[in-house]
Design a protein. Structure first.
Length: 622
């Protein structure tokens, strides 16, 4: 039976059901119900020989008067205020003489059963089964042509977005920086363009390329650029789209994705956030027979199983390569692993130039200066910076985006947006002293990052911010640099105690960061002469709760006590050095705090003007 016949049949059955139910309720009559009268009124009219007929249906019965009868005394003698029919209820006390009275007054009596009709009963009993059969029939039709979907029908469709070569629209020319990664990926492009050139020599192109690095570094953009350069179809999907609450759906979607990609080969499959499905099996607290692991097993089989695929390259991206299953990382699946790092200042300048093409930029803006002042920013961060600058310029009705707009946008991105918080004079003084302590310690200690800006205007979640920007990107951090960093972190707390003779809660985050840094110095980087060149699991980040709970302790209780003592000693030594440094330069600290209280925001040049007196260095006690 075709789908076109099922729909009218179900509609006809529903119509029959409701019509039959209506007639059963009304007793087959669709006329007027008339006025409602009491049973005593009914007996009075019956005695007066004014009842023509009566129809019984359970305890309710209706009838017809012989003449038009008013229902209320007020309607007596008023033309058109009477009724011809009536309705009444049988009393709770049985009236055995009723039938005799009706017969004596020659009233026509009709009785209707209250039980459902046979047709109504039949429709009610068969309707659920008919609906189930209709749903099953449509499900069977949905199975046709699904292939990899099987019984799951449309649920097992991968949902991947397919981009034909004309719609990709991105090539390596639109991707700034990442020259080493682009060079590695050019071999993939050459293979997809001319696969026979590699096959002739017996070479095999990598089946999978894994891109990993911090968020926002351009992994997805780079994958699309590969498809744009090669001119092939591009299938994009997030790994989380494979997972559903129904067991087997994820595996079916993987099969469907690869089957579709093979039909369009040569093609590229891009799986974003691979760690959502590719995490190590057995690392959690539950068993191994879950939906995610079945999906991962199917992905492993598709990439390098009995069914070999040709001219289909899988590119995946993740921020957490350390949590991926080792079976994914082996050669034959993801053969190449490309690290997409944060761009250096040269790449940042190139990225800024790409994003500035979309805005009206003042020609006097030096993007190289902006690039040097944004260390650690990714491509996404730089795009956001340019967008924030354009919004600020539009808010001020400016004709162009100037360097001032870019500087304000950089402060907003790095330090947070300004907040309107009403501070008392004491709170404002504490904030100024705290930030002055950070700033003076950073300015006086050698080898620290230069002070870019300090403010006591609340930004983000902080009431005050001291911003340091390095002259160049850092890849190594010497012990002396880290110790100076601890001194700078504790400088705000020391300044409060030195000038106010009291401590506040403003140093909470400083103490947290300082303790974590000292713990890593001792337990991970071997920078303690007491503990020596060994590492311990303290301070490490664990990808799974299950792995952390199952991990055995790798050191004794005595060693744990020594680690605690050494961490405390290093933090204490940094605090002592900060106290000696600020005490020796107390006039500078007071001048800096006074200037902050008055001006609220100081840049690096203004800080140097305030503390232009000769620097008095303190002895370093580590």
């Amino acid at each position: 039976m075709s789908q076109n016949l099922w729909r009218p049949l179900v509609a006809v059955l529903l119509v029959i059901f409701f019509v039959n139910a209506f007639y059963s309720f009304t007793g087959g009559e669709a006329g007027e119900t008339g006025g409602a009268i009491s049973y005593s009124r009914f007996k009075k009219e019956l005695t007066a020989d004014n009842i023509k007929n009566v129809t019984f249906k359970g305890s309710v019965f209706t009838g017809e008067f012989r003449a038009v009868t008013p229902l209320t005394p007020a309607a007596e003698g008023q033309k058109g205020r009477g009724v011809k029919t009536f309705t009444t209820m049988k009393p709770a006390i049985d009236d055995p003489g009723l039938m005799g009275d009706l017969e004596n007054h020659k009233v026509e009596v009709t009785a209707i059963t209250t039980e459902s009709s046979f047709l109504n009963t039949l429709v009610i009993s068969l309707l659920p089964w008919l609906i189930i059969l209709a749903v099953w029939f449509f499900a069977l039709r949905g199975m046709k042509g699904q292939g990899a979907g099987g019984m799951l029908g449309g649920f097992a469709k991968s949902g991947a977005r397919e981009y034909v070569p004309e719609k990709v629209g991105i090539t390596f020319a639109q991707v700034a920086g990442m020259e080493e990664a682009k060079q590695e990926l050019r071999e993939i492009v050459d293979y997809l363009k001319e696969p026979k050139r590699f096959q002739r020599l017996g070479g095999k192109v990598p089946k999978g390329v894994l891109l990993f690095g911090p968020p926002g570094t351009g992994k997805t953009l780079l994958a699309r650029a590969v498809a744009g350069e090669a001119g092939v179809s591009f299938f994009s999907i997030s790994a989380s789209q494979f997972i559903e609450m129904f067991v087997g759906v994820g595996a079916g979607r993987v099969r469907d994705l690869f089957a579709t990609a093979k039909k369009s080969s040569p093609s590229i499959i891009f799986i974003d956030e691979l760690d959502a499905v590719g995490r190590s099996r057995g690392a959690g607290m539950g068993g191994g027979n879950d939906e995610r692991e079945q999906t991962l097993n199917q992905l492993l089989s598709e990439m390098d199983g009995f069914d070999q695929h040709e001219e289909v390259v899988v590119i995946a991206a993740t921020n957490r390569p350390d949590v991926l299953d080792q079976a994914l990382m082996r050669p034959g699946r993801f053969d190449r692993h490309l690290v997409i790092e944060r761009p250096d200042w040269r790449d940042r300048e190139a990225i800024l130039r790409v994003h500035c093409q979309k805005i009206v930029l003042d020609p006097h803006v030096e993007l190289g200066v902006i690039a040097r002042g944004t260390p650690g920013m990714t491509g996404a961060d730089l795009e956001n910076l340019i967008n924030e600058a354009a919004i600020l310029a539009a808010r001020g009705n400016a004709q162009q985006v100037t360097g001032d707009h870019l500087e304000q946008a950089k402060d907003k991105v790095l330090m947070g947006g300004e907040r309107k918080v009403a501070l008392s004079e004491l709170e404002k003084q504490i904030t100024a002293l705290h930030e002055a302590g950070h700033t003076l310690a950073a300015r006086l200690l050698p080898g620290t990052d230069p002070v870019h800006k300090v403010t006591i205007i609340p930004r983000g979640r902080a009431l005050g911010v001291t911003q340091q920007l390095p002259d160049d990107d850092r890849h190594y951090y010497p012990r002396s640099y880290l110790m100076n960093r601890l001194v700078v972190l504790l400088g705000g707390r020391v300044a409060e105690r030195l000038l106010l003779g009291d401590l506040s809660t403003g140093a909470q985050n400083d103490l947290k960061v300082a303790t974590e840094l000292a713990e890593k110095m001792v337990c991970q980087w071997g920078m303690s002469d007491v503990i020596g060149p060994v590492t311990f699991s303290r301070g490490e980040e664990h990808p799974f709760l299950g792995m952390k709970l199952a991990q055995e302790k790798s050191f004794s209780e005595e060693m744990a006590w020594r680690l605690d003592q050494e961490i405390s000693r290093i933090v204490g030594a940094a605090e002592k050095q900060a106290e000696e440094l600020l005490t020796a330069n107390r006039p500078k600290l007071e001048a800096l705090a006074a200037a902050l209280t008055e001006e609220e925001t100081l840049d690096g040049k203004r800080v140097d003007e305030i503390i232009k007196l000769p620097v008095i260095a303190a002895d370093k006690n580590q």
